[in-house]
Ligand binder design. Structure first.
Ligand SMILES: *Cc1c(COP(=O)(O)O)cnc(C)c1O
Length: 482
């Protein structure tokens, strides 16, 4: 029930002074045309009803705090609360972006140090913290690429190569920046097919967008050959680092030969995400692209931090002010807390957890591509259809009944009935075992009575929704007459 439907005329959970006691008429403070003529249509509830309503709503959400959330390519890991506390310190949360530089030296220092930490983690030379999300970072990266070739007078480079396993935002960002997208197929081992790549690489290609490990959870082990090939043709290499969880502290995109990188602080570096919350997609570049970064750039002269707007070749501003500062704080606190060794250990555990789960689950359904995975893996669910007559979607819905968030399904697009599983480093062996046991239980149900799966979920607030209509024609507003 909506809060409006719970409303009863006259109920309330507030006590304001009587209007007579104000000592003035509202119209004395506001111009006549701004004074409300009718009462606002607000729900009327007691305080207890209000608390129960919102607590009830919060329980309808699945979250990392309430259960396992192995959503592949999303890194739904636990984010330490201490980082939220730090981001909420008054000295950080009560400052304003229009304050003079002298009064926000600490904030600028955090941004400067975070940029340097990200440079070290990725092997890049400069970073901008402005982009507000991963896709936004990709767009910035593509605009940098475009500007670079414009300045070089190579206007003929109008195409960007994207593998068929890529995240959908990659081709979208390239197109938004004005490039044409050329798809390169994956080889039989789930990696970029070097031969196909060689065939399409010519002087019309501005760059290649790669994710490594790719969205199948596989490391592109021919990355050195790929970068040599790309650079020999004068193209740039773009790294989608949304999921850095697999390689932090072990391998660096900069060392692999990437020229531009974006990271998702809201996946890897301690900001919870989903539902459109604030994100951050910093972009790092090699030194030859540093002058093209968005303004302002945070600088330090050994004494004082400042914001530099004087970059003649900059692609300009890409976001209001400096980016999502609260997210920077959480990322910086997380990096300092873990340190280099801790980050390394985190990615080791993420990979170990994924492989443990992979080993258990492949006894039930095969992976799309065999072999050791990185932080995630993709199961090929077509066996569910042939053996049990159920679809990946049915298994996903049944998982909800057991209090587990389903993995990412039907992505990457190149795997039939895909289930993409990313357990993350913050889960215990016990929760991985519960997941594997539950999965087994569900497949047994599928064997005995597949209808249970097709009718799932049974125990959630809502059953199966018409997802197409829900996303195309969302009804997000309550009205008295509806
Ligand atoms: C999440 C993700 C993105 C997009 O990030 P957003 O912050 O959602 O825009 C891009 N690439 C990959 C591989 C991702 O997992």
């Amino acid at each position: 029930m909506t809060i409006f439907e719970l409303s009863k005329e006259g109920r309330k959970s507030f006590f304001l002074p009587k209007e007579e006691s104000y000592g003035y008429e509202p119209s004395e403070l506001l111009p006549e045309e701004s004074v409300r003529k009718n009462e606002p249509l607000l729900p009327q509830l007691s305080e207890l009803q209000l608390i129960r309503h919102y607590t009830g709503l919060s329980k309808k959400n699945h979250s990392v705090d309430s259960g396992f959330y192995p959503l592949g390519s999303c890194t739904m890991k636990y984010n330490p609360r201490v980082n939220e506390k730090i981001a909420n310190l008054d000295g950080f949360s009560q400052i304003h972006p229009y304050q003079s530089e002298d009064t926000v030296q600490g904030a600028l220092e955090v941004m400067y140090n975070l940029q340097n930490s990200l440079c070290e983690i990725t092997g890049m030379d400069s970073f901008t913290l402005q982009p507000a999300a991963g896709a936004h970072g990709e767009l910035v990266g593509m605009l940098l690429m475009k500007k670079y070739f414009e300045l070089k007078g190579e206007d003929n480079r109008r195409k960007v190569i994207v593998p068929d396993s890529a995240h959908g935002t990659n081709p979208a960002s390239a197109v938004m920046a004005g490039f044409e997208v050329i798809e390169v197929p994956s080889g039989r081992n789930g990696r970029v097919d070097l031969k196909s790549l060689e065939e399409i690489l010519d002087e019309s290609i501005a760059g290649i967008m790669l994710t490594n490990p790719n969205t199948l959870g596989l490391f592109e082990n021919e990355i050195c050959e790929i970068q040599e090939l790309a650079h020999s043709k004068g193209s740039l290499l773009y790294y989608d680092g949304a999921n850095l969880n697999a390689i932090m502290g072990h391998a660096r995109p900069g060392d692999m030969g990437f020229d531009i990188v974006h990271l998702n602080l809201h996946k890897t570096f301690s900001t919870p995400h989903g539902m459109g919350g604030p994100g951050s997609g910093p972009v790092g570049v090699k030194s030859f692209l540093a002058d093209l970064l968005p303004v302002p750039v945070v600088r330090f002269n050994g004494r004082r931090f400042s914001l530099d707007y004087d970059l003649p070749n900059s692609i300009g501003k890409v976001r209001s002010f400096y980016g999502n500062f609260g997210v920077f704080l959480k990322a910086y606190a997380y990096i300092l807390t873990l340190g280099g060794d801790g980050l390394k250990r985190a990615s080791e555990m993420a990979v170990l957890n994924a492989n443990y789960l992979r080993a258990r689950l492949t006894k039930l359904i095969p992976t799309a591509y065999a072999g050791i995975c990185m932080h995630e893996f993709v199961l090929k669910g077509s066996k569910l259809v042939s053996d049990y007559g159920v679809k990946t979607l049915d298994v996903a819905k049944r998982l909800l009944d057991y209090g587990i968030h389903p993995p990412t399904i039907y992505f990457p697009l190149i795997v039939e009935e895909a289930l993409m599983i990313e357990p993350t480093e913050t889960e215990s062996k016990e929760s991985l075992d519960i997941f594997a046991d539950t999965f087994e239980k569900i497949l047994n149900e599928a064997k005995k009575d597949p209808e249970i799966l097709r009718a799932a979920p049974k125990f959630t607030a809502v059953g199966r929704l018409d997802e197409a209509t829900a996303s195309r024609k969302p009804k997000t507003k309550w009205s008295k007459d509806s």
